[in-house]
Structures are given as C-alpha cells and as structure tokens.
Design a protein around this ligand. Structure first.
Ligand code: CP
Ligand code: NVA
Length: 298
C-alpha cells in the first residue's frame, strides 16, 4: 500500500468510483487494448481471480489467469527467471502467493508492474475495495472515523494498519495477545506518522463507538493445520449482533470473504442491514480497474 501516497490513493479511489458509474455505458474507457496481464495464483481465489479477469477484459486487455502448477515455477524454475520471461511477454504480473518475499523478488527482477494479489503478510487490493466501500457509506470521507478490527493479526489487519497511517483514521485491533500483528510490521505500517493504532483483547471495547467493524477468518490460507487450535484461541473473537449495538448506529460491517458464519461473524451480522460485504466484493472490480489503468495506460 505504501507504494502510493495519500493523494495517489485518493485519485485511484475517485477513478474507481467514476469507472463504477460508467460501467456498461458507451463512455466506459478501454485504454488497455493490446495489453496482456498475467494473473498467477499460488493459493485459491474466487473474487481476486474473477475481478482481475473481468477488470482487464472491460478495459480492453487480455487476462491470463493461471496457477503455479501450470507453470515451470511449480517445478522449481527460479522466480527471478520467471520475472524476466514474463516481462518479455506481458505488461503486468498479478501474483497471489505465500511469503511476501516472493512478490518482492518478482518485482525486483521484473521490468513490468507487479501487483500483490495477497501474500501471507499483505492484501492491498482488498483494502482498496474496502476503502472505496467506506467512502461510499461516509460521503467520500476516510478521516475522522474509528475502525475496529476483530480477530487475527493477519494480512488484512496489516493492511488496515497501513491504511490508518496513510489516511489518519483511528484503528483499534482486538486480537488475542498471541496473534497480534508482528512488531516489525506494526512499526513499518506506522512509519513516522503519529497515527492512532491501538491493541486490545476486549472485543466489546474495540467495537464501542466504531464507524466500521471488520473481521476475517481465524485461519488464513496456508494455516489449515492450525485451524482447530485457532478455533480455541479465537472463540471469543466473534462479531455478534449484540456487539454491533455498541458501534455507532450507522456503522458498517466489512469482511473480505470468504466468511465462516458462526465463527468470526454471526450470520445475522454478515447477512444483516449493516453489512456492506457484497458492495465490498463488487468494488474489487472497480478499484482494480483503476489500479490497472493507473499502472498500464500510457
Ligand atoms: N477477498 C478475496 O481476496 O477473495 P478470494 O480469496 O476469493 O480472491
Ligand atoms: N486472511 C485471508 C484472506 C482471504 C482473502 C487469507 O489470507 O486466507
């Protein structure tokens, strides 16, 4: 997320809103004719796969979704060589993978833009959609609000911390002490800003007065073997209807999906009137269009 400053993020989010308005009209631009976009997924994906594919197609580009099993990286070809080869064929590399170092290695050796479509540490494309959804609910504003994160100090939590530092809103994370974000990621997110990022293990206190309440699964992709242990650790870190009453009356609920109803969130919340999760998922399409256009249109 830090590759864009506040103004660049806002320009991108404004453009995403414009592309959303223009979708399906003759005015919708197609600035990426003759561009090819590789989408390599080393983990499962529904929203990211489809939204990048459709975004590319509607901008006039050719999208190529593939898994590492289809490629020689699945048989051990170095990422460095893969980066060099893709740079000779396509105009952008979208990668979903495990360690964040894999995206960084790819970006180092590629001569084309590389987009992080989720790593163990970060999920910035999701945050673009989340921030767009928040702006839609708050008349375009991202400042002067309190965001409550409930659950695991994971890739989404890390990106919420980066967003808080970029936009200056208050973020409170209710995580079990053993599963807070890593200290170096907190320090990197805060940078030199004096942003208010606080931690608690009291979910009720975190949600009190919040404008946005958000959560994510207890076991992320790659943590399947810890799932049972995590159910024990996180069992009180659930967003319930009763807890939502502590948030502001007009608070919204976000979840990047996929969700586990009855674990991190009650069905009554995710399927209830404060939930914006379907808009949030749709906004992946519009924000990624703005991102691809920003990186690739000349
Ligand atoms: N939110 C999200 O990234 O969903 P997918 O894993 O389905 O792409
Ligand atoms: N934290 C989740 C997000 C899924 C979109 C994971 O990494 O699996």
């Amino acid at each position: 997320m830090r590759d864009f400053d506040r103004e660049e993020h806002l320009r991108l989010l404004d453009r995403a809103a414009e592309l959303k308005r223009l979708r399906g009209t003759p005015e919708h631009p197609k600035p990426l004719a003759d561009k090819s976009i590789a989408i390599v997924l080393e983990k499962a994906s529904t929203r990211t796969r489809i939204s990048f594919h459709v975004a590319a197609a509607e901008l006039g580009a050719h999208a190529m979704p593939m898994t590492s099993k289809d490629l020689q990286i699945g048989r051990g070809e170095p990422l460095e060589d893969t980066a060099r080869i893709f740079s000779r064929y396509v105009h952008c590399f979208v990668l979903r993978t495990f360690g964040h170092d894999r995206v960084e290695t790819l970006a180092k050796y590629a001569t084309i833009p590389v987009i992080n479509a989720l790593t163990d540490e970060y999920h910035p494309c999701q945050l673009l959609a989340d921030l767009m959804t928040v702006r839609e609910a708050r008349n375009g504003r991202l400042d002067g609000m309190r965001v409550a994160w409930v659950g695991d100090g994971n890739n989404m939590a890390n990106c919420w911390m980066e967003s808080a530092a970029i936009f200056g809103f208050d973020l409170v994370l209710a995580c079990p002490p053993s599963h807070r974000p890593h200290a170096d990621i907190i320090a990197r997110a805060k940078g030199t800003s004096d942003v208010s990022i606080t931690f608690t293990d009291d979910v009720d206190a975190a949600i009190k007065g919040a404008d946005v309440v958000t959560t994510d699964v207890w076991a992320s992709m790659g943590q399947e073997s810890e799932a049972i242990e995590r159910q024990r650790i996180f069992k009180d870190y659930i967003v319930t209807e009763a807890r939502m009453l502590r948030a502001k009356k007009d608070a919204i609920f976000l979840h990047c999906l996929p969700a586990h109803r009855g674990e991190e969130v009650e069905a009554a919340v995710i399927d209830g009137p404060q939930s914006r999760v379907w808009d949030e998922a749709e906004n992946r399409l519009h924000t990624q269009k703005a991102l691809l256009e920003t990186l690739l249109a000349v």
